[in-house]
Write a protein that binds this ligand. Structure first.
Ligand code: SAH
Ligand code: SF4
Ligand code: F3S
Length: 491
């Protein structure tokens, strides 16, 4: 932290973040704690009060929100969607691209008015943006009405921080630059029939464009017995689909010193649990080993869809990104996966307009997309992130060119999405029903094992269940079909 004023200016909880410290990876052991509990005197703090959380960013953040909700509800708070009713509003933020941050600062502008109308309202900022010193400074200077800022490593401290914020006149800031221990047994509020389960935290890859290794700390794997126990318990509670979460799930277990147990082993063990569908995200191509492919090829509850971010099809750009694989290695991996799992659906993430990306290098990405035939992709224009190596690279690609590249890439991807969907025409697929379609409440929406969105007409009591749907029509982003009533399917 560079612009720290006197500690006295803020509360005793003023612990500012530092991106430089966040980069230092120690050798010290991570402890796992099983004794988490909210002290009794804090359990009544939220009695007759309401909370609202707005979440930005990836599934990791969404899942952190479930933990925060769990903590707040154990403190007596109740959920509300009405901002005026809320006694505490938290913004769980994302720092991955500039537009994610802009949204949060815009939102803080709106919340200021609410705070003026209701001074007792507690406003908090948490998540990945809180881990950035520039963000904390900006909030201190421009949004001093914020009551609390906490980071991604100390969510379990929330009950104490709320107490501090209620009784303190200063902004309460507690952000740990270095990751803490793993805290098991945190309460989680889950809804529906799909559940997220963390298998690891942090990321050690340091791709040159990415802020995540700084905001989420070093790679720490949860113990296999803890992950397995959580999945078993979710199965017992009736959940139908589990999404295993990590920034780089293929690095799972690399940090264990006492056991030789990796992601393939974990998937093998989880495949034996009686839960219909298991997914995982995100895979890094570098650590995707043969044993994992072998395990996934057995299928069962392990679904045939893999999100495998490639980022670029150009070897020069991949090198500048420090992705540590070449396009040839990526294509070889794709070949291996397709041979082992012929009906696999592959999806990806791609960045266009990385500093210095030439037309030819961009064309290499287009060629790779055509070669792999991804079913869908998340595509982004490169966004410089302060403190990352790429932010210091010369960027001579005009914004207009970047936009055109994104447009062209999406056009090509859409072609393959439609083709992938067309392959399902006339087939009957298993769909897990999520709810009503966003645009038409008479239509139900669900997902295939390969995570394709399916729309069909049927009664609302199918929500949360598996049904068979006969596919009759396809669009780029969803497919349509008829519910096949008579067939019994796995429940
Ligand atoms: N851990 C995951 C992804 C995390 S971020 C992985 O490695 O795949 C999700 C996606 O955001 C990344 O895959 C990348 O495509 C994109 N992204 C990350 N940093 C970015 C930046 N600075 N500008 C644009 N896109 C970025
Ligand atoms: Fe970011 Fe790379 Fe880590 Fe993914 S693997 S979170 S892109 S540094
Ligand atoms: Fe965003 Fe943090 Fe996820 S930066 S993408 S919320 S890990």
């Amino acid at each position: 932290m560079t612009t720290k004023k006197s500690d006295k200016d803020y509360s005793i909880y003023f612990q500012p973040p530092s991106l430089t410290d966040a980069k230092k990876r120690g050798r010290e052991d991570i402890q796992v704690h099983y004794d988490f509990a909210i002290p009794e005197e804090l359990q009544q703090l939220g009695k007759d009060k309401y909370y609202l959380i707005q979440t930005y960013g990836c599934q990791m953040n969404e899942h952190d929100t479930e933990t925060i909700m769990g903590l707040l509800e154990q403190m007596g708070y109740q959920p509300t969607e009405d901002r005026r009713q809320a006694d505490i509003i938290l913004l769980n933020t994302c720092a991955v691209r500039e537009n994610a941050e802009d949204k949060v600062f815009g939102e803080l502008g709106h919340l200021k008015h609410l705070k003026i109308e209701k001074p007792s309202l507690l406003l908090g900022v948490c998540g990945c943006m809180s881990q950035e010193e520039a963000v904390v400074n900006r909030i201190l200077q421009k949004h001093p009405f914020v009551d609390m800022i906490f980071g991604t490593h100390n969510i379990h401290r929330l009950p104490h921080l709320i107490k501090e914020a209620i009784f303190s006149k200063e902004m309460v800031i507690e952000v740990w630059s270095k990751e803490g221990d793993i805290i098991e047994n945190l309460p989680k509020k889950r809804e529906g029939v799909k559940a997220w389960v963390n298998i690891m935290y942090g990321c050690d890859k340091f791709c040159t464009y990415c802020i995540v290794p700084y905001t989420r700390g070093k790679e720490r794997s949860r113990r296999p017995e803890d992950v397995i126990a959580e999945v078993r318990e979710l199965a017992r509670q009736g959940f139908k689909e589990i999404m295993l979460l990590g920034q780089n799930v293929n690095a799972y277990g690399k940090d264990f010193e006492d056991i030789n147990y990796r992601f393939g082993d974990l998937m093998d063990d989880i495949s034996k649990i009686d839960i219909p569908r298991i997914r995982f995200t995100t895979s890094h191509p570098r650590d995707f080993d043969d044993h994992l492919i072998e395990v996934l090829a057995k299928k069962g509850n392990l679904v045939e869809q893999i999100h495998l971010p490639v980022q670029s099809g150009s070897n020069e750009i991949l090198k500048k990104m420090t992705r540590k694989y070449t396009r040839e290695q990526y294509l070889e991996l794709v070949g291996k996966i397709r041979r082992a799992i012929p009906d696999v659906v592959l999806t990806t993430d791609i960045i266009v307009g990385f500093p210095g990306e030439t037309d030819e290098q961009f064309e290499d990405t287009i060629k790779l997309v055509r070669e792999v035939e991804f079913d869908s992709a998340f595509t982004f224009i490169y966004s410089p992130r302060e403190g990352t190596p790429a932010a210091a690279m010369e960027d001579n690609v005009p914004a207009e060119v970047k936009k055109q590249r994104l447009y062209r890439l999406n056009e090509v991807l859409n072609e393959y999405s439609k083709r992938g969907n067309d392959r399902l025409l006339g087939q009957t697929v298993e769909v897990l029903v999520d709810g009503e379609s966003k645009n038409n409440p008479n239509v139900l929406a669900g997902r295939t094992r390969t995570n394709k969105l399916v729309h069909f007409e049927g009664p609302k009591d199918l929500i949360g269940k598996f049904v068979n749907v006969h596919i009759t029509g396809t669009q780029t982003f969803y497919i349509k079909g008829d519910w096949v009533r008579e067939q019994a399917v796995a429940q």
